[in-house]
Design a protein around this ligand. Structure first.
Ligand code: HEM
Length: 444
């Protein structure tokens, strides 16, 4: 584990907190070191901070402009999720996504506008409409896993599969040409922000220093992607899609005045789904392979096809290795949380990673044990928060679970073992945490 050297240097950021209230204790190491630990060993960093400073604790990284106070106790987490948007706009915590997400994206807006957008965006993810999408997802998953032989980097393969699902099932890409063009453009846009040095370079200097700078390259890739997406929208408007896709449902949306969505609006909705749903699903699935590879008895029971057990495996993967470690909100005014006043100008975050592995709440918290969901002792479900909570809770959760179920159903038929026996540690990749060696398995 990379330990953050302890220095007494305070970053200028620390002084941005405003008004009454003190920040809870936290590491005094410079933000550079905390950022490195946060990126390269996020799990270990969070656990260490919790062990040393308790709950809540304050960290300072370049990930956000402001210091961040982490909460993991269920009562405090509930208070964070219940904060109204006027006091704690969550969209502002993801402000750095705006250049790709777009100005109307659900990810970066707050308040009434956000609630309106959410009502529209969530519709396709419920009931019959969503269940109609599961056979095609099952087919795509089966076709992908049928090609696996020998050493497989499951993170790479799950990125490919979840992107294919996203483009075919959500964006409704029809023929192979349409799919291939969109695919190349998305890969290009995402490649720029996936590697650690590039994310750091962009987080520190998020400005355009020409087309060869990381930020400049990223902006160009986004422009290319937008051009293709607007072409696709024009084609679908001219010739509606008869196959089930999320885009065909989004095209049928009407606002309160009966207006159809604009191209810009649809573009921002699709990109929100892509940004919210691609890396998070791929990371969760790679973790599923990383855990399953080391749990032959779980794989054996999965093979029986018992659907309650499949659900339990999905829940347990999301508990023990949540793809997102925090759900942050930016405080606009001093606010009491868990009995102490947190000053304005600070990020407060429900720490999903810590909440789901608190030893006082979860028996054998670090173990991957899907049976815990079935053995009659009710687990502390209020602390099972892989999708965040409140009005910002993951808008694609039903889709994500359906996707995981389909892939794991197909995986149950495979015979595989870990490439190396030691468990893989977590590292950060863009917004999610992934297994450091890519969830490598050997398929026989
Ligand atoms: C296992 C996979 C996934 C995990 C672990 C996950 C987790 C999360 C989390 C933690 C949040 C932030 C919640 C908060 O701040 O309280 C979020 C937001 C969001 N997710 Fe997911 N997600 C997953 C898959 C998906 C998928 C497949 C989609 C779309 C198809 C999606 C779309 C979104 C959107 C649009 C938001 C923003 C919601 C808002 O701001 O109102 N996610 N997700």
């Amino acid at each position: 584990m990379t330990s953050a050297p302890v220095t007494e240097v305070r970053t200028p950021r620390a002084s941005r907190a405003r008004g009454t209230g003190d920040l809870p204790p936290g590491p005094r190491a410079h933000a550079v070191w905390q950022t490195l630990a946060w990126m390269s060993r996020p799990g270990g960093f969070l656990v260490r901070v919790h062990a040393r400073y308790g709950d809540p604790a304050t960290i300072r990284t370049y990930w956000t402009e402001e210091p961040m106070v982490l909460f993991s106790h269920p009562d405090a987490v509930r208070e964070v999720f219940a904060l109204p948007a006027e006091i704690a706009p969550a969209g502002q915590s993801w402000e750095f996504l705006r250049p790709f997400a777009g100005p109307h994206s659900i990810l970066v807006i707050d308040g009434e506008e956000h609630l309106r957008e959410r009502r529209l965006l969530q519709k396709p993810f419920h009931g019959e409409q969503m269940r109609a999408l599961s056979p095609i997802i099952g087919e795509l998953a089966g076709a992908e896993l049928a090609t696996w032989r020998g050493r497989v980097n499951t993170l790479e393969r799950m990125r490919a599969l979840t992107l294919e699902i996203m483009l075919r099932v959500v964006f409704g890409a029809r023929d192979d040409g349409e799919f291939a063009r969109l695919h190349a453009a998305v890969e290009d846009a995402l490649a720029g922000v996936r590697s650690l040095p590039r994310v750091l370079a962009m987080a520190v200097v998020m400005k355009d220093l020409g087309p060869r700078s990381p930020w400049g390259r990223f902006r160009l890739a986004v422009e290319r992607f937008d051009t293709l997406l607007y072409d696709l929208l024009a084609r679908r408007r001219a010739e509606p899609d008869h196959e089930a896709s999320v885009l065909s449902l989004l095209l049928a949306q009407r606002d309160e005045d009966g207006n159809a969505p604009t191209d810009q609006h649809l573009r921002d909705q699709l990109v929100a789904l892509l940004m919210g749903g691609h890396d998070s699903s791929a990371a969760s699935l790679a973790w599923a392979f990383e855990r399953l590879a080391r749990s032959p008895e779980v794989r054996a029971r999965l093979r029986t096809g018992e659907s309650a057990y499949l659900d339990a495996v999905v829940k347990e993967v999301l508990r023990v290795r949540p793809a997102l470690t925090i759900a942050p909100r930016l405080l606009r005014q001093p606010t009491p949380i868990a009995g102490r006043t947190i000053p304005a100008g600070v990020q407060v975050a429900a720490c999903l990673w810590l909440a789901m592995r608190r030893p006082d709440l979860w028996r054998d918290a670090g173990a991957f044990r899907p049976e815990r969901w079935l053995d009659g002792v009710s687990p502390p479900s209020r602390s099972w928060i892989p999708y965040g909570g409140g009005v910002r809770r993951c808008a694609g959760a039903p889709f994500a679970e359906m996707e995981m179920r389909e892939v794991l159903r197909a995986a149950a038929r495979l015979d595989f073992r870990p490439a190396r026996t030691a468990s893989e540690r977590a590292r950060r990749s863009m917004l999610v945490v992934v297994p450091e060696r890519g969830g490598e398995i050997i398929v026989s």
